[in-house]
Structures are given as structure tokens and as C-alpha cells.
Design a protein around this ligand. Structure first.
Ligand SMILES: Nc1ncnc2c1ncn2[C@@H]1O[C@H](COP(=O)(O)OP(=O)(O)OP(=O)(O)O)[C@@H](O)[C@H]1O
Ligand SMILES: [Mg+2]
Length: 224
């Protein structure tokens, strides 16, 4: 069995925090858990690769995490050749804007062991998340039939005190049967500058705001 865990923070919808949460988790796993972590950036906008380059100017050290930009249809080949060099591979996918890129992105989900679905607490977002969850459930069913482990977890990102946030969480969990994480990520300025060179858990504010989510993530994935 492969020792590498392939994870995607994925949602068909754009701007829900896929890339942000990918970077936060990847850096924390590298720093706090001493894991070898790779991010495959399959978004043609290369947001994580560009982020890495812009951060690089302020550091003389290497990043905590390796980042590779590649086309979605090269992911399988890449994983086969280099996947085993890493403990964790995150695949950052773009928003799904048309049926062609939807099909390509869905294929990428099949290479994953874990899908984390960020959802925003509004009615509109809940609807689109439930549609995406059905796609993920299909992948889960097929993978399980073939004997692969496959874990799906939803979580609320950009949580605020507005009432529809709690409502959304309940609807996602109860009506749509999405296994939701207890911990959410608040709407905070802190999360708008994730680093690939430093872990958010190295600051007190970062620990206060991110540790409950990170600990639950590690517990779910049995990461020591
Ligand atoms: N918890 C949060 N609190 C505050 N801002 C956040 C939070 N999560 C994400 N953001 C902000 O929301 C915006 C979208 O985040 P991000 O780019 O990670 O989303 P995405 O799902 O990867 O988008 P895309 O579909 O375009 O790839 C960014 O400006 C980011 O800084
Ligand atoms: Mg993104």
C-alpha cells in the first residue's frame, strides 16, 4: 500500500478557499508534523505557484513545501513517478467553469484519498456544494467498490456570526448528508496571507484560530 496520502481541498465553486486552505494545511503538516509535502498546482491561473514566487523574494531559505505546476491530465503520470517521494500530496484544482474542465477536474478527484470540501455559509453556496458533493459521492462509491480508502469531509470556511452560517452547516450535514467537520475557519484577515515558508501555527493568533481545525483534520486522517 502506498504511504502517500493524496488530498484535494475541492469544490466546483470558485473563491471558497481551496487554494488558501491547501497552503495552510500543507505548511502546517510540513512544519509541525515534519511531513514531506507537495502541492500540485493544476489551476491554469497558477495561483499557488505565483504565490510561492512572490513569497520567495522575502526568504533566503527553501519553502516548507514543494510546489509543482502541471496540467490536470499530467497528474496521474506525475503521481506515479514522484508521488512516493512525499508523505502528502495536495492537488489544487481550479473552479469548474464549463463541462470540459469539470470533466478533467472530476478525473483528478479519483486520484485522491481524501477530499475536503470547503463551503461558505450562504444558501446559494449550500446548493452548489450539494451538487458537487454528489459528484464526490460517485467517486467515493467507485473507489470503495474497488477496495480503496476514500474519505470525504466538508467544512465551513469564512464563517461569520450570521445566522445563515449555522443554518448552512446543519443543512449540509443533516439534509445533504455531508460529513461535516466540527471545526470551521472564521472569516479573518489572518487567513488571507497563507505562507509556504512559515506555518500559521507558529504564531499565537494562528494557533488560536487554526489549531482546532488542524487538530481535527489530523485526527480524522490519523496523522501523528
Ligand atoms: N477564512 C478566510 N477568511 C478570510 N478570507 C479568506 C478565507 N479563506 C479564503 N479567503 C479569501 O478568499 C479569496 C478566495 O480564496 P482562494 O483563492 O483560496 O479560493 P479558491 O477556492 O482557491 O478560488 P479559485 O476558485 O479562484 O481557485 C481570497 O482572497 C482569500 O484570501
Ligand atoms: Mg484556487
Amino acid at each position: 500500500m502506498s504511504k502517500t496520502t493524496v488530498i484535494s481541498v475541492a469544490n466546483a465553486k470558485g473563491g471558497v478557499g481551496k487554494s488558501t486552505v491547501t497552503m495552510l494545511l500543507a505548511s502546517a503538516l510540513a512544519k509541525q508534523k515534519k511531513k514531506k509535502v507537495l502541492i500540485l498546482d493544476t489551476d491554469s491561473q497558477e495561483s499557488i505557484s505565483i504565490w510561492l514566487k512572490s513569497e520567495q523574494r522575502n526568504y533566503e531559505t527553501d519553502a516548507l513545501v514543494t510546489v509543482e505546476a502541471l496540467a490536470p491530465n499530467h497528474v496521474q503520470m506525475f503521481l506515479k513517478k514522484f508521488g512516493e517521494d512525499y508523505d502528502f500530496v495536495f492537488i489544487d484544482i481550479p473552479r469548474m467553469t464549463n463541462s470540459l474542465n469539470e470533466a478533467t477536474n472530476i478525473q483528478v478527484l479519483y486520484y485522491c484519498d481524501v477530499i475536503l470540501i470547503p463551503a461558505i455559509g450562504s444558501r446559494l453556496d449550500v446548493m452548489s456544494t450539494s451538487r458537487f458533493f454528489k459528484i464526490v459521492q460517485d467517486a467515493a462509491k467507485k473507489k470503495k467498490e474497488l477496495g480503496f480508502d476514500f474519505k470525504v469531509l466538508g467544512f465551513l470556511n469564512r464563517e461569520t456570526n450570521r445566522r445563515d452560517n449555522q443554518e448552512a452547516k446543519e443543512i449540509l450535514a443533516k439534509n445533504m448528508n455531508i460529513p461535516m467537520m466540527e471545526a470551521s475557519l472564521r472569516e479573518l484577515k489572518l487567513f488571507t496571507s497563507p505562507s509556504l515558508f512559515e506555518s500559521i501555527l507558529d504564531t499565537k493568533e494562528g494557533r488560536d484560530r487554526f489549531e482546532p481545525f488542524f487538530n481535527e483534520f489530523c485526527k480524522q486522517l490519523k496523522i501523528k
